[in-house]
Design a protein around this ligand. Structure first.
Ligand code: ADP
Length: 484
């Protein structure tokens, strides 16, 4: 699939350190999840390269922070435009290594690029404050300054957007970055980095370390324990988030974490059912169910339960599963064998404990799993507690509002939640009662660069996007001016 790139020079396989493409003694394979075929051998860097990247970033810091916000914005905007101009190639690289349908990949390129535009603008609005004095001889001022060298560790499910969402605010604030992309999807990350170079990013400001799974752990240790790195942003599993937060404790580093979710999707009996089904489809099956905001548990009220199940199943059956490059395909492969195994385990467990299979439930080839709907699901099943991260919609039945809010909140996670209702009182009550960082009301699609994305409880720390997305990348400094 990569032979069809319009600009073959976007296919990079080395790390970017201090403005140079750097190879390594060993390399690791990046494969197409749809076919298992090798796409490229990518440089497998280790802890030593991580040190080099940190030194390069630290050296670039004074130069980068000395630029005005507007100068940094000019480079970010150029980068934004280059991403748009090269959207076809970026999407192609992404579908090849990640699997999502080409149209979805193209959508992610646009979404990913939008963070560059948004934060290029926001960088100009990192305002300070003056505080009315309590002593006529003094004045109180507050300024915000870039925090310093930032590190980002990102996952494979959104190979571009998870990078730009972290890197754009860091760069706009005046911080250099060291990025360690997921080992499954380094090619998208490297192509985006190449475009940053073309946009005029000074050497050392943006570094990308490529590594396999084992080396990623070692690089993680270097990034977390470095005194120079002042902030770590991570998106991925809660399990790894806990490890990284613990590793960052030794240097009292600021951490931003965007971790797992267990999103409830509630359909009340006063909902517009067709709209709820539409929302359920995008929330559940986008990226083959592999997003941290995917609906994981569907709660549908008694009176509309059977109708909702039937309507959702009908739409799920109509989806086309196959290679993301094939025309008309709406669902690609899962990322790896472990992902398919987890889906199979959750479905088998639910059927074992009495659930009904209404749609899907079929593995196709190695990595494909048909969009699945399970009815009569109960709280004792695995899919009620764990994030499936696959195309399975388990549907629970509930009686009243108080009951469903309690069920929805009965998890250590708190990222996204969704509910459908036309009752304005209920919309406020339930919107306020759900213990989640984000609530989609009568919509299954909530992400955009302008809003604060993030979770509460064990789903994470900090917010990405919106003006709040800048906060983790600046330090607040108080200046007390005496002797006036
Ligand atoms: P997923 O379950 O989505 O694959 P992970 O949390 O395992 O998510 O991985 C997300 C990112 O974290 C990847 O870039 C991966 O290489 C990296 N990673 C995984 N384990 C560690 C670790 N112990 N230290 C540092 N990075 C890690």
């Amino acid at each position: 699939p990569l032979a069809l790139l319009k600009d073959p020079s976007l296919l990079k396989t080395d790390a970017l350190i201090n403005g140079e493409w750097v190879g390594a003694n060993s390399r690791f394979e990046v494969t197409d999840p749809a076919t298992g075929q090798k796409l490229a051998d990518v440089a497998n860097h280790g802890p030593e390269s991580a040190h080099h990247a940190i030194v390069a970033a630290n050296k670039a810091w004074p130069i980068w922070r000395a630029k005005t916000a507007k100068e940094r914005a000019t480079i970010l905007m150029k980068w934004f435009q280059l991403m748009q101009a090269n959207a076809d190639d970026l999407a192609r690289l992404m579908t090849a290594e990640q699997g999502k349908p080409l149209a979805e990949a193209k959508g992610e390129v646009g979404y990913g690029a939008s963070f560059l535009e948004w934060f290029a603008e926001e960088g100009k609005r990192v305002y300070g404050e003056t505080i009315p004095t309590t002593d006529n001889n003094k004045r109180y001022l507050v300024i915000k300054q870039p925090i310093g060298v930032c590190a980002a560790i990102t996952p494979w499910n959104f190979p571009i957007a998870m990078i730009t969402r972290k890197v754009a605010p860091a760069l706009a604030a005046g911080c250099p970055v060291v990025i360690k992309p997921a080992e499954q999807t380094p090619l998208s990350a490297l192509a985006v980095a190449e475009l940053a170079q073309r946009a005029g990013m000074p050497a050392g400001v943006l570094n990308i370390l490529t590594a396999d799974g084992a080396n990623s752990i070692e690089i993680g240790k270097v990034l977390c324990s470095s005194d120079v790195v002042r902030h770590l942003s991570f998106t991925g599993s809660t399990e790894v988030g806990r490890i990284l937060a613990a590793q960052c404790a030794s240097t009292v580093k600021k951490v931003s974490l965007e971790l797992g979710g267990n999103a409830p999707f509630i359909v009340f009996d006063d909902a517009d059912l067709d709209s709820a089904v539409e929302g359920a489809m995008v929330s559940k099956y986008r990226n083959a169910g592999q997003t941290c905001v995917c609906a994981n548990r569907f709660y549908v009220q008694d009176a509309v339960y059977d109708t909702f199940v039937e309507k959702l199943a009908e739409k799920a059956r109509a989806m086309k599963t196959g290679s993301g490059f094939e025309a008309g395909v709406t669902q690609g492969p899962l990322i790896d064998d472990a992902a398919v195994a987890k889906v199979e385990r959750h479905v088998a467990d639910a059927l074992d404990k009495g659930a009904t299979l209404v749609a899907g439930g079929e593995r196709l080839g190695d990595r494909f799993y048909t969009p699945t709907v399970l009815a009569n699901v109960t709280g004792d099943m695995l899919c009620a507690k764990e994030e499936t991260f696959g195309p399975v919609a388990p549907i629970f039945r509930f009686k009243d509002e108080a009951e469903v809010v309690e069920l929805a909140n009965a998890t250590e996670f708190g990222l996204a939640s969704y509910f459908y209702s036309r009752d304005i009182g209920r919309i406020f009550r339930v919107g306020e009662a759900l213990e989640y960082g984000m609530v989609g009301i009568n919509t299954g699609l909530i992400s955009t660069a302008e809003v604060p994305f993030g979770g509460i409880k064990q789903s994470g720390l900090g917010r990405e996007g919106a003006h709040q997305g800048m906060e983790d990348y600046v330090e607040v400094k108080y200046l007390c001016l005496g002797d006036i």
